[in-house]
Design a protein around this ligand. Structure first.
Ligand code: DC
Length: 229
């Protein structure tokens, strides 16, 4: 009898900023030969579009229209996603401070979220994906094969963010305050706030190295793959 082919899983990785989701999701996808999709990059791209078109981050209807009229593509590359906004590579620009703030604000709107979730489902439906964000396990793929909620102590997360991105002329205190404010907004918004799905496995990476987190998730993937054969 031939071995049944291994089904390609949908893996959701959610958690707050600075917990290490992007790096872990990207490394995990590479190891498994899966596609890594950074859902946050889509909210970032919309925020950038809003800046370019002078649309208020608070105007839900206008933001929805802007999203519908924009092409936002997550192009899969080895190290993560190249983000194309209406054909233009905005991968670096969307990591800047004004867009980061905007993404956190445009993502509070239910209609914007609904549009994003629909696109994200289309992208991941076939499986073989590691999708990371805030609501992947709760809203985008509530039936994901494996749900990880990656967390870490806020002080550690702030430090990691600072190590990744030092902005000229902005103090460490100001950057930490901005991260805390985005955290607060993500966790307290009415539409799909950041929470661990009931069936998510919570990993606290405060005292874990990146390799340790990756090893643990790989073990979980292996268990899932075996139980699904
Ligand atoms: O993961 P990130 O920092 O690139 O996300 C940018 C913003 O987008 C963040 O403030 C929260 C929001 N976001 C969201 O609401 N839902 C997601 N699935 C991903 C990101």
């Amino acid at each position: 009898m031939t071995e049944p082919t291994q089904r390609k899983l949908i893996i959701a990785i959610d958690g707050p900023a600075g917990a290490g989701k992007s790096t872990i999701a990207s490394r995990l996808a590479r190891k498994l030969g899966y596609v890594n999709l950074e859902s946050g990059a889509m909210y970032r791209a919309l925020a950038l579009r809003a800046i370019e078109w002078d649309v208020s981050f608070d105007d839900e209807e206008a933001l929805l229209k802007l999203a519908q009229d924009s092409s936002i593509v997550l192009d899969r590359t080895i190290g993560g996603n190249r983000v194309l906004l209406c054909g233009k590579d905005v991968s670096a620009r969307i990591r800047e401070r004004d867009v980061t703030e905007g993404a956190s604000r445009v993502s509070v709107h239910p209609k914007v979220r609904e549009w994003m979730v629909a696109r994200q489902r289309e992208m991941g439906i076939g499986g073989g994906v590691v999708m990371e964000g805030r609501d992947i396990g709760t809203k985008v793929f509530p039936d994901a094969d494996l749900k990880i909620f990656l967390d870490a102590d806020p002080v550690i997360r702030e430090q990691r963010r600072l190590d990744q991105q030092r902005v000229k002329g902005v103090s460490a205190e100001a950057m930490a305050a901005e991260l805390r404010e985005r955290d607060r907004r993500d966790r307290t918004r009415a539409a799909s706030p950041l929470v661990a799905a009931e069936d998510a496995i919570v990993l606290d990476s405060t005292h874990m190295s990146e390799d340790e987190v990756l090893d643990r998730i790989e073990e979980l993937v292996e268990e899932k793959s075996l139980s699904r054969r």
